[in-house]
Write a protein that binds this ligand. Structure first.
Ligand code: PGA
Length: 249
C-alpha cells in the first residue's frame, strides 16, 4: 500500500498569526488521517514545527538552495530547513520554474541536496496551458521526469506532484479522465526507470485547484495518492475536508 499524503503549500502567504490555522487543523484531523504536510513560508518553519507538536502533521519548506552553505545571500539550504524540524521540501514548483527560470537540472540538484539533509523532496512537474492545448502534455511530463528526478530516487526520499500549470490558482481542473491518463503515464515511466519495487511505491500527488468540493473525485484515480494544495490549504476549514476525502478514498 502506498502512503497517502495531503500537502498544503501556503506559498508567500502568512505571518505568525496564520499559525492559528495550523492550530485549528490539529483539532480537525480525522482519526485515520493520511500523512499531512504543511509548507509555510520559511520564516514560519520553526514555529510551525512547534505548533504541529506530536500530532503527526509534518512541516516542509517551499524551495531550497542546492548548496549546503556558502555565499548565496538570501537563500536557504536544505540543511537549514531540516534544522527547523521540517521533513520535506518542495522543489521545482512551476512558479519557481517560471519566475526564477529553474530548469530540470537545477531541480535535480535541489532534490539531491534535500536528500543529503535527510529531507523528502516533493518534486513538481506539469505542463503549461499552451502545451496542454497542443496535446503535448505527456511529452512534457516525460521530459520533466527524466530531467528532474535523480537516479537515486526512491519511495522514501521522493514524492512527485503533477500540477498542470493552467490549473494552478485558476479554478480550472482537468477531467478525472485526464488526471488518470497523466498519473498512469507517470506511474509507468517511473516503474520503467526505477523498477517496480520503487516505481510502484512513490507517492504521486495531483495539484491545481484542489478544493473541498472536487477532492473526492480526484482521489478516485488509482494513481493519485494525495494532493498538493495551494489556496485551499490556507484555512483549516477548507483543508480539513480535503484530508478527510483522502482518508476516505
Ligand atoms: P492551488 O495551488 O491549489 O491554489 O491551485 C496549487 C499549487 O500551486 O501547489
Amino acid at each position: 500500500m502506498r502512503r497517502k499524503l495531503a500537502a498544503g503549500n501556503w506559498k508567500m502567504n502568512g505571518t505568525a498569526a496564520n499559525l492559528a490555522e495550523l492550530e485549528a487543523l490539529k483539532s480537525l484531523m480525522p482519526v485515520d488521517a493520511p500523512d499531512v504536510l504543511i509548507c509555510p513560508p520559511a520564516p514560519l518553519l520553526f514555529r510551525a514545527h512547534e505548533v504541529a507538536g506530536d500530532t503527526g502533521i509534518q512541516i516542509g519548506a517551499q524551495d531550497c538552495h542546492n548548496h549546503e552553505s556558502g555565499a548565496f545571500t538570501g537563500d536557504i539550504s536544505a540543511t537549514m530547513i531540516a534544522d527547523t524540524g521540517a521533513t520535506h521540501v518542495i522543489v521545482g514548483h512551476s512558479e519557481r520554474r517560471e519566475a526564477y527560470e529553474e530548469h530540470d537540472s537545477d531541480i535535480r540538484k535541489k532534490a539531491k541536496a534535500a536528500w543529503a539533509a535527510g529531507l523528502t523532496a516533493v518534486i513538481c512537474i506539469g505542463e503549461s496551458g499552451d502545451d496542454h492545448e497542443a496535446n503535448n502534455t505527456l511529452e512534457i511530463i516525460a521530459g520533466q521526469l527524466a530531467g528532474s528526478l535523480p537516479d537515486a530516487t526512491s519511495a522514501t526520499n521522493t514524492v512527485i506532484a503533477y500540477e498542470p500549470i493552467w490549473a494552478i490558482g485558476t479554478g480550472k481542473v482537468p477531467t478525472l479522465e485526464q488526471i488518470v491518463q497523466v498519473h498512469d503515464f507517470i506511474r509507468a515511466k517511473i516503474i520503467t526507470r526505477f523498477g517496480a519495487e520503487i516505481g510502484d511505491m512513490i507517492p504521486l500527488l495531483y495539484g491545481g485547484s484542489v478544493k473541498p468540493d472536487n477532492a473526492a473525485t480526484i482521489f478516485e484515480a488509482e494513481n493519485v495518492d494525495g494532493a498538493l494544495v495551494g489556496g485551499a490549504s490556507l484555512k483549516a476549514a477548507d483543508f480539513a475536508p480535503i484530508i478527510e476525502a483522502l482518508a476516505a478514498s
